[in-house]
Design a protein around this ligand. Structure first.
Ligand SMILES: Cc1cc2nc3c(=O)[nH]c(=O)nc-3n(C[C@H](O)[C@H](O)[C@H](O)COP(=O)(O)OP(=O)(O)OC[C@H]3O[C@@H](n4cnc5c(N)ncnc54)[C@H](O)[C@@H]3O)c2cc1C
Length: 350
């Protein structure tokens, strides 16, 4: 069986596989970005099925603070950095040309009270400001994108349906078996559906780890879930326009049209959904003390939890095994990487 894996530079051998039926397991950002990209490229299939089981395998995408900002990353220092910059360019172009729903152009402010030297080498244009704070701190300002993930991924799907129409099917059922046979891959679901496909793509986020071939079968050595949690406040009566602020790695995101405020987020290498409430309280208290903004009380916030997928070196991966392809490891840069990966996957494999 042919095995092929790249985790960084995403180079592949083109396979001579004639495709007419395709299964994508994963209805989060990755799976839907891929379908959207295929539709944009007008790639025809007899049938595409998008499997998701969002009540059991909860999508991280819907529990994400969902910002796109370069945050001082530039090209020429690391393969991942290059990938992030390219992904950022692709996403910016996508926003400009396709006008996706659920995306706002905003300002990202990044500041610190400590480590001034390393901060200034990353953000050389930062200057002293007390815009959000009781005291002056070094603050940088950049163009960024704020995303309402549900609106955006629903838009990706509706655009894809416009092109694929009757050939695109969504099945809300959990895939429990994928068996490669001579003519294709036989998929079985929790509700006893059995279907055959020429090719299957696993885009299941942190749940991919139950399927993805690891070393020694591929170059991929690790892929693990990393829990993230944040506070979401609704109906906040602020008059400011939308902005995102990161200070000493703590985030405050204000979405003006939705009147929603997000504060977070935590990061912990666990695979469960029990939130890091104590840490969230610490983040909230620190921001409460430092900011000259009137925050709603901690208890008014709803705690949201998502499981991100972190692969080795925080880099995304694509692994190919026979007629199955595994794509993921979007970790904290999902919106920057998903269209970039979709382009590579479509070009080399579909
Ligand atoms: C707190 C937090 C903040 C974040 N902030 C940002 C940010 O600011 N910017 C950014 O770019 N990224 C951010 N991320 C990361 C980003 O949200 C994730 O990396 C991204 O959403 C992952 O998308 P995905 O499609 O790979 O996986 P998911 O969204 O998890 O989707 C997986 C899909 O696969 C389906 N599935 C899985 N297994 C099966 C199966 N066996 N059968 C059927 N269906 C299956 C699930 O039902 C689901 O639909 C954040 C994450 C968290 C938790």
């Amino acid at each position: 069986m042919a095995r092929n894996c790249e985790t960084m530079n995403l180079k592949f051998n083109k396979k001579d596989v004639k495709l007419s039926t395709l299964a994508i397991i994963g209805g989060g950002l990755m799976g839907r970005s891929l379908i959207y990209h295929l539709a944009k490229e007008k790639k025809h299939f007899e049938k595409i099925v998008l499997f998701s089981s969002d009540k059991i395998t909860i999508p991280c995408t819907l529990n994400s603070t969902a910002m796109v900002a370069l945050r001082g990353v530039t090209k020429g220092h690391s393969e991942l950095g290059d990938l992030l910059v390219e992904g950022h360019e692709i996403f910016s172009h996508h926003v400009m040309m396709d006008h996706p729903q659920g995306v706002q152009v905003v300002k990202q402010f990044t500041g610190t009270h400590h480590e001034r030297e390393s901060f200034l080498s990353r953000y050389p244009e930062a200057s002293l400001s007390d815009r959000f704070f009781h005291e002056k701190i070094y603050l940088s300002e950049e163009r960024a994108f704020m995303i309402d993930p549900k609106t955006y991924i629903d838009w990706l799907l509706s655009e894809s349906l416009n092109f694929y129409q009757d050939s695109l099917h969504m099945i809300d059922d959990m895939v429990v078996e994928a068996q490669e046979e001579s003519e294709g891959v036989v998929i079985k679901t929790l509700n006893n559906k059995k279907m055959n496909f020429h090719k299957v793509i696993f885009a299941g986020g942190s749940y991919n780890r139950f399927w993805t071939p690891m070393a020694p079968y591929s170059k991929l050595k690790t892929s693990k879930p990393v829990q993230g949690s944040y506070l979401e406040f609704q109906n906040v009566p602020w008059e400011h326009s939308s902005f995102s602020l990161t200070v000493d790695e703590k985030n405050l995101i204000w979405n003006e049209p939705l009147k929603r405020l997000f504060i977070g987020s935590t990061s912990s290498e666990t695979s469960h959904y029990l939130p890091q409430k104590k840490e969230l309280r610490g983040i909230y208290d620190e921001l409460y003390l430092k900011l000259n903004l009137k925050l709603p009380s901690f208890d008014e916030g709803e705690i949201k939890v998502g499981l991100r997928e972190k692969a080795q070196k925080r880099a995304p991966y694509m692994v190919e095994e026979g007629r199955s392809l595994f794509v993921g490891g979007l970790y904290k840069n999902a919106f920057t990487l998903s269209l970039k990966l979709s382009g590579t996957l479509s070009l080399k494999h579909l």
